[in-house]
Design a protein around this ligand. Structure first.
Ligand SMILES: [Zn+2]
Ligand SMILES: [Zn+2]
Length: 205
């Protein structure tokens, strides 16, 4: 396929030592790579086998399915039944395996994993959600609960046991998200969730 227009995408990245969020342009090359992948039959752009649409980050959001490890266009999901994020979170909280997981962790981990469109950056929130999903493991929470970081944090907060909000502080620290400085948020509320059109997992995307 021949591309006649030049295309730059904004990419956001966090510079740790300077504590600033910078933007840089990603050139057409990346898009060419994606197109080549389509020709090889690798559905890099959308997990739906019959979809041949490209992804335009500025125009359309994509959602990620953790069960089949693929991204889907919103327009490829919207013909299915939608569930509000709040209702979906209720079903997540009601699951037996989630009963001992702090609500703050569930809220971050089970929000839609999304990128692009009017609500999300091009890079999306997958790194935030990946970090939160690691905390779904009791063993991981146990290790972090006893870490020097948490010990120092609890002294600062003047309480002795890890509470729900301490997990939010931990995630913000790990992800270098600082209120009023980075635009990235731990949770984006008020979205709609959809079943994955391919794997039909009980986990909505
Ligand atoms: Zn699609
Ligand atoms: Zn899936």
């Amino acid at each position: 396929m021949l591309i006649l227009t030049y295309h730059y995408y904004p990419r956001y990245f966090w510079v740790h030592n300077e504590e600033v969020l910078r933007v840089r342009s990603v050139y057409l090359q990346e898009r060419l790579v994606r197109l080549n992948n389509i020709h090889k039959g690798d559905p890099q752009i959308c997990g739906l086998p019959q979809c041949r649409k490209l992804w335009s980050p500025d125009e359309e959001e994509q959602r990620y399915c953790w069960e089949c490890s693929k991204w889907y266009h919103m327009s490829c999901l919207e013909r299915q039944e939608r569930v509000s994020q709040a209702n979906y979170m209720d079903t997540i909280r009601a699951r037996v395996e989630n009963s001992d997981i702090p609500d703050t962790i569930l809220t971050v981990a089970f929000q839609p994993t999304a990128r692009g469109g009017p609500c999300h950056f091009v890079t999306g929130n997958i790194r935030v959600i990946k970090q939160a999903r690691s905390l779904l493991s009791k063993d991981t929470r146990q290790v972090i609960s006893q870490s020097p970081w948490m010990a120092a944090h609890l002294i600062e907060q003047t309480h002795s046991h890890v509470q729900d909000n301490d997990w939010i502080a931990y995630l913000e620290s790990e992800l270098s998200i600082k209120e009023d400085i980075t635009e990235e948020q731990l949770v984006v509320d008020g979205q709609s969730c959809y079943p994955c059109p391919v794997c039909k997992s009980v986990f909505l995307i």
